[in-house]
Design a protein around this ligand. Structure first.
Ligand SMILES: O=C(O)CCC(=O)C(=O)O
Ligand SMILES: [Fe+2]
Length: 270
């Protein structure tokens, strides 16, 4: 078996990345584990491709990566559609577009607001997602587009996506450039697991990676403009059998019209 990245492009796993660049808040060194998609483990200073890893590793379940989920032509078409809609400024140098319900995470309130569905171009993407074993029953209720750029020093601080309204699987299509999604956890002080997000790949974050580890993107890992297209599903509370399934059903019926326009400044994921 060869490394999942081999022969496709230079990936953050195969590049040597300076551990010394990373410090946590009190300036102590952080042990950086590079995630290998082939063995689903993080490798401490793992500069070698699968299967030739050496040294210390950490199990890191809950990541699925599908390389080249879209072609270069599709990437260009999707990006050009995204850029037909204005972005709104977001935190930490990001810009965003939202297609989803209006959520007040603190007060746990949810409204349809102006939500009129996911964008048209996502219909094909969703059909393709359903063919992946991990997503056969994935029903997206929200889509968020984030644009990162080195000029604006874009990044995203480590966070959990909300658990009240969003379900287990976070699905992101990575467009225009590669980056690295890093994971940290209070249960593993001074440990950072870095997961490659390849251009045109799809990543699914679920299980322990979703609910035990926070995720973020370092400013230094935004080397070129990047678009993230993230789709989220409903939590069990809003799904079939849950206390709020009726509210959930209304939102899904809207989402799946695929006739949406961006709804302006509504949600953060948390
Ligand atoms: O840009 C990404 O891929 C991550 C975005 C993210 O974590 C979020 O929107 O909650
Ligand atoms: Fe997130």
């Amino acid at each position: 078996m060869t490394c999942a990245c081999k022969g496709i492009r230079t990936c953050p796993i195969c590049e040597s990345r300076g551990k010394s660049q990373i410090f946590n808040n009190d300036n102590t060194d952080v042990d950086v584990y590079l995630y290998c998609p082939s063995c689903q483990k993080g490798w401490l200073e793992g500069k070698t491709c699968h299967p030739n890893h050496i040294g210390t590793s950490i199990e890191f379940p809950g990541i699925f990566i599908k390389q080249d989920f879209v072609s270069e032509t599709e990437e260009a078409n999707i990006s050009s559609k995204i850029y037909q809609t204005p972005f709104v400024e977001s935190q930490s140098g990001r810009r965003k577009q939202d297609f989803g319900p209006k959520v007040n995470f603190k007060k746990k309130k949810l409204k349809c607001g102006n939500f009129c569905g996911l964008p048209e171009f996502s219909k094909d993407l969703h059909d393709r997602m359903l063919k992946l074993d991990i997503l056969t029953d994935f029903v997206p209720v929200e889509q968020c587009h984030l644009e990162y750029s080195p000029e604006r020093g874009s990044s995203i601080d480590p966070h959990f996506d909300d658990f009240w309204v969003w379900g287990e699987r976070l699905v992101t299509l990575n467009l225009l450039s590669d980056t690295v999604l890093y994971f940290v956890s209070d249960e593993h002080p001074n440990v950072e697991v870095q997961v490659p997000m390849f251009q045109r790949s799809l990543i699914v974050v679920y299980g322990a990676a979703r609910d035990k580890w926070k995720h973020g993107i370092h400013r230094a890992d935004v080397k070129k403009t990047r678009l993230a297209v993230t789709l989220r599903e409903l939590s069990p509370e809003f799904s079939k059998g849950g206390k709020k399934m009726d509210e959930g059903k209304i939102l899904l019926d809207i989402a799946l019209t695929f006739k949406g326009q961006a709804v302006g400044t509504t949600t953060n994921a948390r």
